[in-house]
Design a protein around this ligand. Structure first.
Ligand code: BGC
Ligand code: NOJ
Length: 813
């Protein structure tokens, strides 16, 4: 039996970690809106408000030694023993350790020598503060006298310059101390209108705010000088590294328990309301927040509200499949991860520093299909934000900054798949909500006031961007790259100091075309056609359909390699992803997308392509991106060939794109294959936690592929389109509950051994209780559909009035 570090507690919707030495920090996210935190199973991590780069509240050291240093630490000094409830940083052996990661909260409990310390971390709804409720219990039969030190290290706001501009940083730090509250006000007196604070709801017996005084210059977090001495110094930071540490002397009678409430908060003041008196910051809002949260009763009520918020979010789609691993994935963790990608896109994780990338255009559109059923209003807002970064010619900024919502000039545009994702995202939104009013919203180009066109026109322009940029074979020109950021066919970089992502591209005169965009264009182009028909724009629908037909013809003529779809044509017009190539003969993206789009389904091309994927790309841990892996650098392919074989885009199992093949399998009706692929990469089914390494409750962007040193090892967990794609694939194409403009379509494509399952789905205000029966072990095809006791023809449940409860039974052939 492989070693286990924890287990699921489905009833509580928690993952329970029982060994602090996980193979990698296993983290969770706090916060639902604006105020966020990342927290590891040993209380490491950091907090920020709105923007992980520009409004970083606490400092974090990336890629440090040891790993995951810095966080929300409580030091308990009991006699000569110093320990932390989360084991780190002191690493004093505990008598008991448990970390429970739940829906936007984490609780960490440690026990040592008869003292139990349990900390609940969460961010109350609509609050710019993180609560840390520490409960100390004396389980012995003697009186215990403890010394408690809290600890947070402030970041000097800009997480990027905080790590590099020391000639300035070391002279800027400023704090204010007011009773039990430590305020961090660096740069507040000049251009900033915001400060942070760290408080506790009881009087303190001392404090420290200067890191060097607290730790001692030669000590780490594991041995703070002040804690070892058992005496705070009352240090006041002037420059250097400001911190916040409270000191409390606590006496606990036998059996006594005490709650202490620590608040890490953030405030923005109006420019003319910054000061209480000369040099003294205006603390009104901080005080308001603290007084809302100063008793356990108030905190518990806020915690219940957070739980109810999640009860509600998770009540929209629920499956009872008889397979607990599927149920916990669908009902809890996959939906949770989708909400996390909504909040963070690809910005802040233990693999993303929160500094580099803002929100991705394609990423955010794809993420949308994972959370639109939960928070449609916020999805609407997101769509408008994304579309506002499009250019008038249909091209798009590849990324934008969440704080400013402006396109990111550093990376610019030119990724020719981007425009089609807007159609993909918007249609996903419309099918879920039926809110066609969004199409009339005036949306600017590149955020320029006065340039507004309706969102619908943005969709038309997106569609046309592909047909205005066709290459010599009538296939879409790839531009800087398509979905695969690392297939850089126009880059030709020989300079290790330039980024593959941003360097000048030789698109002028390039013949580089993408079969992935071709598949995407057919798949999402059909969505555009359907939408036009829905709106009665039949001429536009006909026009678009002709372009789709032309694209299908071009793919069949120039995109077929005999046994699979080519991946691309390169700059010179040579085949990429062909049996004629030496390496990289077959790729997942084009085969997935062309199969999803059903190109050549009748002629058997889809079947052949999917069989080839099975034969050449499938492996024990999932489907690799390409094969054979590249073993040398191909200047004409770029970053893809920069990775060692088996990692990332070079033949890694890029979990994001495995679902494209799963959907492809459902297009040909092979539910068994679709589900097998789904289970392979689904974290709830992964047995070997030591090999998998990263969190067992969320998808990672990548598992090392079959050519790698340790196939199956996970990396880049949490922030990946994998979450939304697996959600979309599993719920809509495998379990087969598809939102459409006119109702819920029931079209499962499952493994024959799945004999029945039940789904509760809230849709446009009605609740559908759907029972699917598969008495004959088939994979696809509804034989009968009974809605509210009446058999109906076809497989579409019509829309019911808001508030209705609708009983549905679907029987497969
Ligand atoms: C990574 C990609 C990522 C890209 C853009 C590359 O180095 O391999 O997965 O999308 O950078 O940040
Ligand atoms: C990660 C990026 O966020 C995403 O946009 C891209 O498609 C994949 N990497 C593949 O390169």
């Amino acid at each position: 039996m492989a070693k286990e570090y924890g287990h699921y507690d489905d009833a509580a919707r928690e993952y329970v970690i029982t060994d602090p030495c996980t193979p990698w920090p296993w983290i969770n996210y706090l916060g639902t809106e604006d105020f966020f935190g990342l927290i590891s199973n040993t209380a490491g991590g950091y907090s920020f408000c709105k923007d992980a780069r520009f409004r970083r509240i606490t400092r974090y050291r990336y890629n440090g030694v040891p790993m995951d240093a810095g966080g929300r630490y409580f030091y308990i000094k009991d006699g000569d023993t110093v320990w932390n409830p989360g084991w780190k940083p002191c690493k004093t052996p505990l008598d008991f350790y448990e970390c429970r990661h739940g829906m936007n909260y984490t609780s960490i409990e440690g026990r040592k020598d008869g003292i139990t310390a349990k900390v609940l971390f969460f961010v109350p709804l609509k609050t710019w503060a993180e609560v840390q409720k520490l409960t100390l219990t004396n389980t012995t039969d003697v009186v215990k006298k403890l010394k408690l030190f809290s600890f947070q290290e402030w970041c000097l706001w800009n997480a990027s310059t905080d790590m590099e501009n020391f000639q300035r940083n070391f002279s800027t730090g400023e704090v204010e101390i007011d009773g039990s509250v430590i305020y961090h006000k660096t740069e507040y007196k000049e251009r900033r209108n915001h400060y942070a604070y760290y408080s506790v709801n009881v009087p303190v017996q001392g404090f420290d705010t200067d890191r060097e005084s607290f730790l001692g210059l030669y000590n780490g977090f594991d041995a703070p000088q002040v804690v070892l001495e058992g005496k705070p110094r009352g240090s006041v930071a002037h420059g250097w590294s400001p911190i916040a540490s409270h000191y409390l002397e606590i006496e606990l009678k036998p059996g006594e328990s005490r709650d202490l409430i620590f608040i890490l908060g953030y405030v923005e003041n109006a420019q003319d309301d910054k000061w209480e008196s000369k040099g003294v910051i205006n603390k009104r809002m901080a005080r308001e927040t603290m007084s809302r949260l100063d008793t356990p009763v108030k905190v518990d009520a806020e915690f219940r509200k957070l739980n109810e918020y999640w009860d509600n979010l998770l009540s929209i789609f629920n499956v009872e499949s008889g397979d607990e691993r599927m149920d916990r994935t669908v009902n809890i963790w996959n939906q949770y991860q989708c909400m996390i990608t909504f909040c963070f896109s690809r910005s802040a994780s233990f693999f993303e520093s929160g500094i580099g990338r803002g929100m991705g255009f394609r990423d955010s559109n794809q993420d949308l299909i994972g959370f639109v059923h939960q928070i449609p209003e916020r999805a609407r807002e997101r769509i408008i934000d994304i579309a506002s970064t499009q250019f008038a010619d249909g091209g798009c900024y590849h990324q934008y900054q969440p704080l400013t919502k402006r396109g990111n000039d550093g990376i610019g545009g030119g990724f020719n798949d981007d425009p089609m994702w807007l159609i993909f995202g918007v249609c996903g939104y419309l099918r879920e909500t039926g809110d066609f009013s969004i199409l009339d919203e005036p949306v600017p180009f590149d955020n320029v006031p006065g340039s507004e066109k309706s969102l619908f026109e943005h969709l038309t322009i997106s569609f046309d961007h592909v047909i205005n940029n066709l290459g010599p074979h009538g296939l879409p020109l790839i531009g800087r790259a398509d979905w695969n950021d690392c297939l850089n066919l126009n880059c030709f970089s020989n300079d290790p100091d330039e980024s593959f992502q941003t360097t000048e591209n030789k698109t002028e005169g390039s013949k580089a075309e993408s079969l992935m965009i071709a598949g995407l264009f057919v798949f999402s182009g059909r969505d555009y056609v359907e939408l036009c028909r829905q709106l009665g724009k039949n001429a536009e629908a006909d026009r678009a359909q002709r372009h789709i037909d032309d694209m299908i013809a071009a793919v069949e003529k120039y995109g077929w390699d005999g046994n699979w779809f080519l991946r691309a044509y390169d700059y010179y017009g040579r085949k990429v992803g062909s049996h004629e190539n030496e390496e990289g003969q077959i790729f997942i993206e084009s085969n997935g997308w062309c199969a999803m789009a059903g190109i050549g389904l009748k002629e058997g091309l889809c079947d052949k392509a999917l069989d080839s994927v099975k034969e050449r790309l499938d492996s024990e841990h999932g489907i690799v991106l390409n094969n054979p892996a590249f073993t040398r650098y191909y200047i004409e392919y770029g970053e893809i060939s920069s990775y060692p074989a088996g990692y990332k885009e070079n033949a890694g199992i890029f979990c994001h794109n495995n679902p494209w093949v799963m959907i492809g399998e459902t297009v040909r009706g092979n539910g068994k294959a679709a589900m097998e692929y789904w289970r392979k990469i689904c974290p709830a089914y992964i047995e070997d936690q030591t090999l998998h390494k990263v969190e067992p409750y969320v998808y990672s962007q990548m598992l090392a592929g079959k050519d790698a040193f340790r196939p199956g090892e996970g990396k880049n967990s949490w922030l990946t389109g994998t979450a939304a794609w697996n959600w979309y694939t599993n719920t809509q194409f495998i379990l087969g509950i598809k939102p459409t403009y006119n109702g819920l379509e029931i079209d499962p494509c499952i493994s024959p051994d799945m004999k029945e399952y039940k789904i509760t789905r809230k849709f446009r205000g009605a609740t559908y209780q759907i029972e699917i029966k598969n008495p004959n072990g088939s994979m696809r095809g509804i034989k009968s559909l009974i809605v509210e006791g009446k058999e109906i023809t076809g497989n579409l449940i019509p829309l019911f009035a808001e508030g209705s409860k609708v009983h549905v039974t679907a029987i497969l052939q």
